[in-house]
Design a protein. Structure first.
Length: 67
């Protein structure tokens, strides 16, 4: 398993741990919306660039190895 396979793990971990993080799972607003909504939306949006970066690194690695 290559190192670039762990890049999407950060957004996934942030989403999985969302209900257990005390600063996210409290009453209060960030940007006028509930904290969990902002946290979840942000990490869902960050998952797309993480997957794109992983895909490009995999393609580059495939070209270098001659596959």
């Amino acid at each position: 398993m290559r190192g670039y396979h762990f890049i999407p793990a950060l957004p996934v971990l942030a989403l999985v741990l969302m209900p257990f993080l005390p600063f996210v799972n409290t009453t209060g607003l960030w940007l006028g919306m509930p904290r969990m909504l902002v946290w979840g939306g942000f990490w869902c949006l960050m998952l797309t660039p993480a997957l794109l970066l992983t895909e490009r690194l995999m393609a580059r690695d495939g070209e270098e190895s001659g596959r």
